[in-house]
Design a protein around this ligand. Structure first.
Ligand code: HEM
Ligand SMILES: *[C@@H]1O[C@H](CO)[C@@H](O)[C@H](O)[C@H]1NC(C)=O
Ligand SMILES: *[C@@H]1O[C@H](CO)[C@@H](O)[C@H](O)[C@H]1NC(C)=O
Length: 432
C-alpha cells in the first residue's frame, strides 16, 4: 500500500549535523514575518485547492498582465559593490530590476511572490525553493541570493545565524543547492567557480540545433546529456545525490526554457530564441565575441511571461522531469567519480533506501521525484527538534501547506535513508 511520506514526518528536516540550540535563536523571526508567512500559506492552500478542482484553467493571452515592466521602479540598475548576486540567473535578473531587493538579500516571502508574479512559477514550487534555500543558505528570515552577506557593508545582517551556522548564501551551497552538471555554470572542482556564467558552456548551448520552440525542452535535454557526459569525463570530483539528480539538476534545465521563453497569443508554450536567453543571462555579442560580466542580467524589452493560470507548479515540474528520465534513463545516476575523471561509481538505491526502492521501481510512478523529497527530509531527522519559536511555526505552516501536493504524488514510504554511503566520494561534501 502506498502512503504519503509526509503525513506525520515533515519536509524540512534536513540538517546533516547537530548544532547548538543557541545558534537557532539568532535565526528566529519576527511576529510580522510570521504573519506574512501565515498569509502566504493560506494563499498556497487556496491555490492548490483551486487547481485540484480544475478551476485554474489557462486563460487567454493577456498582453498587459504578461508583459514584464523594465521601466520606472523596475528599470535595470547594475548592482553596486555591496549588492549580492549568485548562480541563479532568475533571481539575479529580478534583483537587477527591483523585483527582489536590489541588494540581493531576500526574504522567503519576497522570493516566493516575485517568482510567481514575474515568471509564472507555481506558488507551491516557489515557496518550496524559497524555504529550501532559506534553510540551506540563510537564517530563515532573509538570505543572500549570492555570496556571504558582508558584515561591514550596508547590510549588517550577519548578526543572525542560520540553521546550519553562519549563513553563506546560495553561492556557497555546493551539493545542497548549487551542484555539478548545470547548464551554464561550471562544476565547482573543475574551475573553482560554480557561480559565474561559463562562456564555453554558453556557446555550446547556443550551438545546439534549435527545436520547434527554439531553445526548448528537447534542446535543453540534449544539452543536459552532453553536460553530464562531459562532467563525468573531466571532473574527478563529479557527484550527484538524489536531491541533485532528481530535483535540482533537472530544474536548472527545465527552468531555462519554461521560464525564459517569450509567450504570445499564437504560442502559449512560448518560444526561446538565443537573443532572449543572452539578455536574461547577461551575455552580449560584440564583433563576434561573446562577453559576460557579473550583474548584467536583464529582462528583454517587450517580453511576455507564462500565461496567467498556467503557472509551472511542482506537478508540472514532476511530470516533465519523469518523462525526460523515461526517455533518457542515462540521466538517472546517483553516485560520483572517485577522484579521477571517468571513474563514475553508482550507489545502490536498495542500500540507500533500506530496500524500499531499487533501480527498477525508481522508474515507476513519481518515485524518482519522491526520492529527492524524501532524501531531503530524512537526511537528518532531528533538526526540527532544535527549532524554536516562530521559526518552528513558520516551517510547520509552510510544510503543512505543501502536504497536499506531496500526497498527490503518491510516494512510497521511505523511512530509511543512509547518506553516509556518499562519504566514499571525494566530491560529495555535505550532500544530502
Ligand atoms: C524561487 C527561488 C529560487 C531559488 C532559491 C533558486 C536558486 C537557484 C540556484 C542555487 C541555482 C544554481 C544551480 C547550479 O548552478 O548548481 C539556480 C539555477 C537556475 N535557476 Fe534558479 N532559483 C529560484 C528561482 C528561479 C526562477 C524564478 C527562475 C526563472 C527563470 C530560475 C531559473 C534558473 C535557471 C535557468 C538556472 C540554471 C542556470 C544555469 O546554469 O544556466 N530560478 N537557481
Ligand atoms: C515576444 O513576442 C512578441 C510577439 O511576437 C514580440 O513582439 C516581442 O518582440 C517578443 N519579445 C522578445 C523579447 O523577443
Ligand atoms: C504522480 O503525481 C501526480 C500529481 O503530481 C498524480 O496526479 C499522479 O497520479 C501520480 N502518479 C502516480 C502513478 O501515482
Amino acid at each position: 500500500m502506498k502512503v504519503s511520506l509526509l503525513c506525520s514526518a515533515t519536509l524540512f528536516t534536513w540538517a546533516t549535523f547537530a548544532f547548538p540550540a543557541n545558534l537557532l535563536k539568532g535565526g528566529d523571526i519576527s511576529e510580522a514575518t510570521l504573519a506574512e508567512i501565515t498569509s502566504l500559506t493560506e494563499q498556497i492552500t487556496r491555490d492548490i485547492e483551486a487547481r485540484s478542482q480544475g478551476s485554474h484553467v489557462k486563460r487567454a493571452f493577456n498582453a498587459a498582465a504578461q508583459r514584464i515592466s523594465t521601466t520606472g521602479e523596475h528599470r535595470y540598475i547594475a548592482p553596486g559593490p555591496n549588492d549580492l548576486r549568485g548562480p541563479c540567473p532568475g533571481l539575479n535578473v529580478m534583483a537587477n530590476h527591483g523585483y527582489l531587493p536590489r541588494n540581493g538579500m531576500s526574504t522567503i516571502l519576497q522570493m516566493t511572490t516575485a517568482s510567481t508574479e514575474v515568471f509564472g512559477m507555481g506558488l507551491d514550487l516557489s515557496a518550496f525553493l524559497a524555504v529550501y534555500s532559506a534553510v540551506m543558505a540563510g537564517d530563515l528570515n532573509s538570505f543572500s541570493i549570492g555570496g556571504k552577506p558582508k558584515s561591514n557593508g550596508l547590510l549588517g545582517l550577519t548578526s543572525s545565524l542560520g540553521l546550519l551556522g553562519e549563513p553563506q548564501g546560495l553561492s556557497a551551497s555546493h551539493n545542497r543547492f548549487e551542484s555539478d552538471g548545470s547548464p551554464t555554470r561550471a562544476d565547482l572542482y573543475s574551475t573553482g567557480d560554480p557561480v559565474s556564467l561559463n562562456l564555453d558552456q554558453f556557446k555550446q548551448l547556443l550551438s545546439m540545433p534549435l527545436g520547434r520552440n527554439g531553445i526548448d525542452n528537447n534542446v535543453m535535454t540534449a544539452f543536459r546529456l552532453k553536460r553530464l557526459r562531459h562532467s563525468i569525463a573531466t571532473n574527478g570530483h563529479y557527484f550527484s545525490g538524489p536531491v541533485t539528480c532528481f530535483a535540482l539538476n533537472p530544474a536548472t534545465y527545465q527552468f531555462t526554457y519554461r521560464f525564459f521563453a517569450n509567450h504570445t497569443a499564437e504560442n502559449p508554450e512560448g518560444y526561446l530564441d538565443a537573443q532572449t536567453l543572452m539578455t536574461f543571462q547577461g551575455v552580449t555579442l560584440e564583433n563576434g565575441e561573446y562577453k559576460w560580466s557579473p550583474g548584467q542580467e536583464r529582462f528583454p524589452e517587450n517580453w511576455y511571461r507564462r500565461f496567467i493560470g498556467d503557472e509551472y507548479t511542482i506537478p508540472s515540474f514532476t511530470a516533465e522531469a519523469i518523462s525526460i528520465e523515461m526517455a533518457h534513463p542515462e540521466v538517472i545516476r546517483i553516485g560520483g567519480n572517485t577522484g579521477q575523471p571517468n571513474t563514475f561509481t553508482g550507489v545502490d538505491i536498495d542500500d540507500l533506501t533500506g530496500n524500499v526502492l531499487n533501480a527498477q521501481t525508481l522508474l515507476e510512478g513519481n518515485n524518482s521525484v519522491c526520492f529527492a523529497f524524501t532524501a531531503a527530509q530524512l537526511a537528518a531527522p532531528d533538526i526540527l527538534g532544535g527549532l524554536v519559536g516562530n521559526v518552528l511555526l513558520a516551517v510547520q505552516k509552510l510544510t503543512d501547506a505543501l502536504t497536499p501536493i506531496l500526497t498527490a504524488l503518491n510516494c512510497p514510504e521511505i523511512t530509511q535513508y543512509d547518506a553516509t554511503l556518499f562519504k566514499a566520494f571525494p566530491g560529495a561534501g555535505s550532500a544530502l
